[in-house]
Design a protein around this ligand. Structure first.
Ligand SMILES: [Zn+2]
Length: 303
């Protein structure tokens, strides 16, 4: 998994956005604003309720149960290193720290606010609603939700799941609810008279959708990549699996499959291509929202 080092950028934006907003009282007005903005997020309704319950301290962590007169050990059983408040479960429990590290969304710039979930949440949801920022915010809610679920399955079912897997579940759940379809224009300079021999030609107005995906553990022990090209009416244009060398990271495999997809599209003289990309970091990179890492640069320069 790849850490998006956007903390500095986010912190700077937040500083600008929130200058003059001290908001330390938790009055009805603040609640009302938070509720409205939380509800406006394009996430599953149950997650809007979930984050609202967390915000209001209505989640049944041990310290909250004690406040309601239910006697439980207030210590976090999972790590034994602190009172189990919602902030502990969400951010500071040993497992939660690992899950956030594996997440594609990092909010290091506002780390100090994690002592109070309401402060943390209000800082985030009051920031400027750029598309990229909103996506990160949404993924964060799915991450919090998965962290909470993993706490419960550990506590009640004694099930332990890898932090990376939990972070990926959050990203998948977000992706399923709100798919990302960045549009990529393919250059057309290489159209030749030979292209008819491919047996298929995209209509001028037609849109072709390319799905690329990569997976580890292919039959040769290496990384497999898959490329599926469909016409907008659903008709299959091309389905092409390939194998890469075993040493490929999943990021470079994903990029390799994108390059393959673009080459195939270019070879067919396609003008309108919609590419579906699973890897959120690449999508963000393509939208020029994050600083590319060296590995990405090397491959994309070559496209
Ligand atoms: Zn803990």
């Amino acid at each position: 998994m790849f850490s998006v080092s956007s903390a500095y950028e986010v912190a700077s934006n937040l500083r600008e956005e929130l200058r003059g907003n001290t908001g330390s009282s938790r009055g009805a007005e603040r609640d009302s604003r938070t509720w409205k903005r939380t509800w406006a997020l394009k996430i599953k309704a149950k997650l809007k309720h979930f984050v609202w319950r967390v915000y209001k301290g209505w989640i049944a962590v041990n310290s909250a149960l004690n406040k309601r007169g239910i006697k439980v050990d207030e210590q976090s059983k999972r790590c034994g290193e602190g009172l189990e408040k919602i902030e502990h479960v969400s951010f500071h429990c040993r497992k939660s720290i690992l899950i956030w590290k594996m997440s594609s969304v990092q909010w290091d710039g506002i780390q100090h606010l994690t002592e109070s979930f309401p402060d943390w949440w209000d800082k985030l949801r009051e920031a400027r609603a750029s598309e990229d920022f909103t996506a990160r915010l949404e993924i964060s809610v799915y991450t919090l939700w998965q962290i909470w679920k993993s706490r419960n399955s550990w506590l009640f079912e004694e099930k332990e799941t890898e932090p990376l897997l939990i972070a990926q579940r959050a990203l998948n759940e977000w992706n399923e609810f709100k798919p990302v379809h960045p549009q990529t224009n393919v250059p057309t300079q290489s159209i030749s008279s030979e292209e008819g021999t491919q047996g298929w030609r995209c209509p001028e107005s037609g849109m072709v959708r390319i799905n690329v995906s990569s997976f580890r553990g292919a039959s040769n022990g290496g990384t497999g990549i898959g490329l599926v090209m469909r016409h907008e009416n659903g008709g299959l244009v091309l389905a092409k699996p390939s194998l890469l060398e075993a040493t490929q990271s999943s990021l470079s495999a994903e990029l390799e499959s994108i390059r393959m997809g673009l080459q195939e599209a270019q070879g067919r003289g396609l003008k309108k291509v919609e590419m579906q990309i699973d890897e959120m970091n690449i999508v963000m990179w393509l939208q020029r929202q994050i600083r590319p890492i060296a590995e990405v640069m090397a491959i994309v320069d070559d496209i």
